[in-house]
Design a protein around this ligand. Structure first.
Ligand code: ADP
Length: 512
């Protein structure tokens, strides 16, 4: 089965490529029963857009992929309490379109993985987006889970009959079980409640840059108090120059052979040309007109001496788009066009509208242009894998971890494409891409080595990843023996025959 991440570690046996569809929970129950009877192992996926982390591939050989994309009903939308109940196959695009058509007062939080990615699948990997509901695990409640013995479990208050709070109060009563079914293999999640954002009276996007690499330290120091105080309530994305450049440019194959990372002179020349900084910030301020105006002032004040903050909103963007149409009819507007090309998709994400523009950066080391109208990384043959350490939101930790990663990238001849995302007010997730030319086996090998060297060094330095791909599950298995023993005991109790996703975040028994 094809995969964007690391070709050399793919499941090799033909059985692993077997794929079955399930379009109802009954059907899924029957599949699990017959897998138990036949000694087979199943690997459920929702939409399989886990790009750069293994796509739709199982962790180990010999598993049957169970595609749940046919379980795609939006079972409920509650407008007053702002939540939806969805099945695994529901995509970001589908839920957003449904809300826009029937519940325009509600917004969804989306990732940059595009309209076809599963909402539930991303939540099970504890992904994050851009709005005040950016932490997807925190903004979900009331899971229905099919266990390996065929029983259906409801987490939280879902076990109480006719409970109107089943999707409203995540912990329920007694042990809170939601977390057990994320980044694990303890069951197949068949539905979940997802919290939605009431459309705010006002939304101001903001964007600004700081010129130098080390400016990330004062920048993070200035942003943290605004996150901690609740002045800024949503995920802030701080992208380095290469991350921004990768959405429009490619590694210069005409000048370099791929074994060396992009030289600093080219990097800074491209940065100047694009009018961007070493670090480029994007975020949103949500609230009433008054509260947004006050937070804008607080942000501008906090950045004084560091950067000039640019704000944008729907009115400003629509006006600029009208102006651009006029300018274009007179053969002008190239610069404005470029600005809007960057800002409009960013604003879409802030409003919970999925766009696929941000997928293009995954093709940084590709030698071919994208397929016409198709930015699917797998279909384009792009090679990349993610390394996503969690770093305390302080200037010192940011600089230490960024320096560490940059030196490892340089050693292996690759470029650090990085985004620091303030997933909560205290921690940053440093989402980093190892991009390689998938058509070149030697480069794939080097990419895999770079990926491993990064994870090893980060874990040693105290910056473990928040999530790993199928090639790196060992990092989830190997630290903390009591933790691992407890996890194994839960697996044994819930799935003694190892039917569901063996190896996914939980060490397969034989390696113990
Ligand atoms: P997306 O399309 O949003 O990327 P995926 O379907 O790829 O989501 O899901 C990510 C990972 O989560 C999968 O590789 C699989 O291991 C796990 N997963 C997805 N859906 C389920 C589910 N319904 N139950 C259990 N595990 C799941």
């Amino acid at each position: 089965m094809e995969n964007t991440a690391i070709r050399t570690t793919l499941p090799k046996s033909p059985a692993s490529a077997t794929r079955l569809d399930a379009t109802s929970v009954d059907e899924l129950q029957r599949l699990v029963q017959s897998a138990l009877a036949d000694g087979k192992q199943l690997y459920p996926i929702s939409r399989g857009r886990n790009w750069g982390y293994g796509d739709a591939c199982p962790v180990l050989d010999g598993q049957v992929v169970v595609d749940l994309s046919g379980l795609d009903r939006i079972l409920e939308v509650n407008e007053r309490l702002a939540y939806a109940v969805i099945e695994p196959g529901v995509t970001q695009g589908q839920l957003q379109a449904h809300l826009a058509q029937h519940y325009p007062s509600l917004w969804l939080d989306v990732t940059g993985a595009g309209p076809e990615a599963s909402v539930l699948g991303n939540t099970l990997e504890r992904g994050f987006g851009h709005t005040p509901l950016g932490d997807h695990f925190a903004a979900s409640a009331g899971y229905e889970v099919l266990l390996a013995d065929g029983r259906l479990l409801n987490t939280g208050f879902g076990r109480f009959e006719n409970c109107p709070s089943a999707y409203l109060f995540k912990p329920g009563l007694g042990p809170a079980l939601d977390g057990l079914f994320t980044q694990s293999n303890f069951g197949i999640v068949t539905k979940m409640g997802v919290w939605l954002l009431p459309k705010p009276e006002a939304l101001a996007g903001f964007a600004f840059s700081v010129p130098e690499r080390d400016d990330v330290a004062p920048l993070v120091e200035a942003l943290r108090p605004l996150r901690l105080s609740g002045t800024l309530t949503s995920t802030i994305h701080i992208a380095n120059d290469l991350r921004v450049l990768s959405s429009k440019r490619r590694y210069p194959w005409d000048m370099l052979d791929g074994t060396v990372s992009l030289p600093a002179e080219i990097r800074s020349a491209w940065r100047r040309e694009a009018g961007i900084g070493a670090w480029n910030v994007l975020g949103g301020i949500y609230g009433t007109r008054e509260s947004v105006a006050a937070s804008r002032r607080a942000l501008a004040r906090a950045m004084r001496g560091l950067a000039r903050v640019h704000f944008f909103d729907e009115t400003k963007l629509s006006r600029a788009e009208r102006l651009l149409r006029l300018a274009r009819s007179a053969g002008l507007g190239a610069r404005l066009g470029k600005v809007l090309e960057a800002v409009r998709p960013a604003f879409s994400l802030l409003k919970g509208e999925p766009v696929d523009n941000y997928l293009e950066g995954s093709g940084w080391r590709s030698r071919k242009p994208p397929l016409p109208g198709n930015l699917d990384p797998l279909q384009n043959g792009w090679g990349f894998s993610w390394v996503s350490p969690i770093v305390p939101m302080t200037g010192e930790h940011c600089l230490t971890s960024v320096n560490l990663m940059e030196s490892i990238f340089a050693e292996h001849g690759f470029e650090p494409l990085m985004t620091l995302a303030s997933v909560n007010p205290r921690a940053l997730c440093c989402v980093t891409t190892v991009s390689f030319d998938k058509s070149n086996p030697a480069e794939c090998e080097r990419g895999a080595k770079c990926h491993k060297a990064l994870l090893d060094a980060l874990v040693r330095a105290g910056y473990p990843p928040y999530r790993v791909g199928i090639q790196s599950m060992e990092y989830a298995y190997r630290r903390g023996s009591v933790f691992c023993e407890v996890v194994q005991a839960i697996k044994k109790a819930l799935d003694p025959q190892n039917v569901i996703s063996p190896g996914r975040y939980v060490a397969p028994e034989k390696s113990e």
